[in-house]
Design a protein around this ligand. Structure first.
Ligand code: HPA
Length: 243
């Protein structure tokens, strides 16, 4: 089964024949929406909760990924919004990153020590699953929606946005876009042997790059525009994946 974890701007995504299922995990109960998208059975988790009330640092990533595993999910397509830090990731662009730099602190980032989990140091050289990246990129091509192939995703702790100096530092570190949610999600999926691919929508220039302060209203408006395209690419990618 294909798992979907969607973030900001994708709160309205609904499935055909949708039904909510509560899945118990060692980390709490997770509400998963089961149904079909593009005629494929999928399990959908809204990362920020039903009413978008969970901040990025409060997302129960261990529970979410464990719940996906217990439902038999083999591949996860995730979405997230980001601030752009390079030309290919200007506001309005979609992208499928190929690398991550993790700047988060204090998040529960591993299943080590959990009964039933064989503790091991996962290889994370390539954090994203290539077949899932390809499905997202091909989906963009099929729909004639431009999707940038690759880019380094900087994951910050949030919930505040960055300082201009933090953004300059991340650019010097080689990062192209900044978001708050792909980690530890991507690493936890790898620990449980689940493939993970990420579709990003750039909704603003990162702090300090546009010459004006960031306002949440502007970010939200930009999100509404670009997330329509993100939904279309996501559904098309699901259609291209094996069940
Ligand atoms: N920074 C971090 N996360 C984000 C941003 C940003 O500028 N825009 C959307 N998500």
């Amino acid at each position: 089964m294909i798992g979907l974890i969607v973030g900001s701007g994708m709160q309205d995504l609904s499935l055909e024949s949708e039904r909510a299922q509560s899945v118990d995990t060692p980390f709490g109960t997770v509400e998963v929406l089961c149904g079909t998208l593009a005629q494929k059975p999928v399990a959908l988790i809204k990362r920020h909760g039903k009413n978008h009330c969970l901040a990025p640092h409060q997302v129960p990533s261990r529970a979410n990924i464990w719940a996906m595993k217990s439902l038999g999910v083999k591949s996860i397509l995730a979405t997230g919004t980001v601030g752009g830090m390079s030309g290919d990731h200007a506001p309005g662009h979609l992208s499928v990153p190929n690398q991550i730099v993790d700047y988060t602190v204090g998040r529960e980032s591993s299943f080590w020590g959990t009964p039933g989990f064989e503790s091991t140091h996962i290889d994370f050289t390539e954090p994203f699953d290539e077949a899932l990246r390809a499905a997202l990129l091909e989906a963009g091509k099929a729909l004639k929606i431009f999707v940038t192939d690759g880019g380094v995703y900087a994951c910050t702790q949030g919930p505040r946005l960055e300082t201009a100096a933090e953004v300059r530092r991340m650019i010097m570190d080689g990062c192209d876009m900044v978001g708050m949610t792909a980690m530890p999600e991507a690493a936890l999926a790898r620990e449980l042997g689940i493939g993970y691919g990420l579709l990003c929508a750039s909704v603003n220039w990162a702090a300090g790059l546009s010459g004006t302060a960031l306002t949440w209203d502007e970010i939200r408006q930009s999100m509404q525009k670009v997330c329509r395209y993100m939904q279309a690419v996501l559904a098309q990618a699901v259609a291209r994946l094996p069940e």
